[in-house]
Design a protein around this ligand. Structure first.
Ligand SMILES: Cc1cc2nc3c(=O)[nH]c(=O)nc-3n(C[C@H](O)[C@H](O)[C@H](O)COP(=O)(O)OP(=O)(O)OC[C@H]3O[C@@H](n4cnc5c(N)ncnc54)[C@H](O)[C@@H]3O)c2cc1C
Length: 398
């Protein structure tokens, strides 16, 4: 009989894990707290390392149909517009890594994963908020009993906590784990491209860096919409909620001294959301017998290398690979953590160190920018070397 899995959380990590496990023959049931499967109204960058998995999960064609393919990743000075980086994306990155780099609206990515999961026979229960779990013994077999906030209970052979940064599964596994405000907030919003002058936003991943802030813009939905993420340093986050409706006037004020291409773009933004960015120190435990964490539940990271969802997608494939071998579930999950820990910790650290670079903080930022300048002048591809270890990894080949 097929082994049963409960996945707590139907976000990008949960749906990818459900699909990967379903492909290996597990019976998969997603418990999602929301009353509808959805995502925030913003864009996401999917790099080749994530796309390798999405190709194997059989969803790449549907994603490509809704995506935008950026030509370059650029990094420019907030005031002068000086370009420190022009890393080729488009066809060149696809040829290099055998998978594309694309920009997509989160709701589109989520809908594609969700439809594929339903089609593959994954059961999804909405309004099901996981509270905690406990192990139960059935002869020589250890099972997991999952309890919801409304008192319902489910039993399964394996529980996956894909319930995001405030994971209840993590709280149950590691009651002393904590989160901290990283000192950054992010405004997110989208604009219809037809409302903006045609050449204002280049067909690239456009990063502008400046004192204590940075801004990223790129196209999604085949260039129909422009996604904007504006990050600013803040001392504290006083709201109990993790995101609140943003004030576009406040956002424009924060970037008013920036390059005219930035200020003009922001002048077209009508609504936005403001997010407090939270994090945790690397957790050394992601696995408790036949319970494991994936994605933001075990390795939240600053979005400054655009890899949080990509790492969750890689986790999904790796976990399904190990638990479908002949070894028992606990050993398989331990091997999953062993394979993933070093990589995600390295990416988490890179995201953190990019905060200083992007916000021109300190001498090390000046030195790195000088080095980028030299590499960019010599050969733009050289400047992509520090990030190559992320894009070159193909978890489906290991
Ligand atoms: C501004 C910003 C920009 C970003 N840009 C990128 C990018 O370009 N590329 C990239 O790869 N990553 C990016 N990220 C990171 C990425 O969004 C996250 O890493 C990713 O969404 C994590 O996915 P997840 O499935 O682990 O968690 P989540 O997306 O948080 O999903 C968790 C799911 O679990 C549900 N849930 C929560 N608690 C419970 C419970 N108790 N019971 C049942 N269900 C529950 C939630 O409702 C949700 O559906 C960005 C992040 C931010 C903030």
């Amino acid at each position: 009989m097929a082994k049963s899995v409960i996945v707590a959380g139907g976000g990008i990590g949960g749906l990818s894990t459900a699909l990967a496990l379903r492909q290996k023959g597990f019976e998969v049931h997603i418990l999602e707290q929301s009353d509808a499967l959805n995502e925030v109204g913003a864009g996401i960058q999917l790099s080749p390392n994530a796309m390798h998995v999405l190709i194997k999960l059989g969803v790449s064609e549907a994603l490509v149909a809704k995506a935008f393919f950026p030509q370059y990743a650029t990094m420019r000075h907030f005031f002068s517009g000086h370009e420190y980086l022009r890393m080729p994306l488009g066809k060149r990155i696809e040829q290099k890594y055998n998978a594309p780099y694309l920009h997509i609206h989160r709701a589109d990515l989520h809908a594609v994963l969700h439809q594929a999961a339903r089609k593959q026979g994954v059961t999804i229960t909405l309004e099901a908020q996981v509270k905690c779990y406990q192990h139960t013994q059935h002869g020589s077999v250890t099972k997991v009993q999952v309890e919801l906030h409304d008192g319902r209970q489910f039993t399964c052979d394996m529980l996956i906590g894909a319930d995001g940064i405030r994971s209840s599964v993590k709280k149950c596994m590691l009651p002393n784990s904590s989160l901290h405000f990283t000192g950054h907030v992010a405004w997110r919003g989208t604009i219809k491209s037809k409302n903006v002058p045609a050449d204002l936003v280049k067909p690239d991943a456009n990063l502008w860096i400046g004192p204590s802030a940075h801004l990223v813009s790129y196209y999604v939905r085949g260039a129909e919409e422009i996604n904007i993420i504006a990050v600013q340093e803040r001392k504290e986050w006083n709201d109990e909620r993790w995101n609140v409706p943003g004030d576009v006037t406040e956002l424009r004020r924060a970037f008013e001294r920036w390059h005219p291409q930035v200020t003009e773009l922001l002048s077209h933004l009508e609504t936005c959301f403001l997010w407090g960015l939270f994090g945790s120190d690397p957790l050394d435990k992601w696995v408790d017998n036949n319970v494991a964490l994936v994605g933001d539940a075990c390795h939240p990271m600053l979005p400054f290398v655009a890899q949080g969802a990509a790492m969750a997608i890689e986790d999904a494939f790796c976990l399904a690979k190990w638990v479908s071998t002949d070894i028992d579930i606990h050993q398989g999950l331990a091997l999953y953590q062993a394979e993933r820990f070093g990589r995600v910790t390295k990416v988490q650290k890179m995201a953190k160190s990019n905060a200083d670079l992007y916000h021109l903080n300190g001498l090390s930022a000046k030195i790195k920018l000088k080095a980028l300048d030299v590499m960019n002048a010599l050969s733009p591809s050289l400047a992509s070397l520090p990030i190559a270890f992320i894009y070159a990894h193909n978890v489906t080949l290991d």
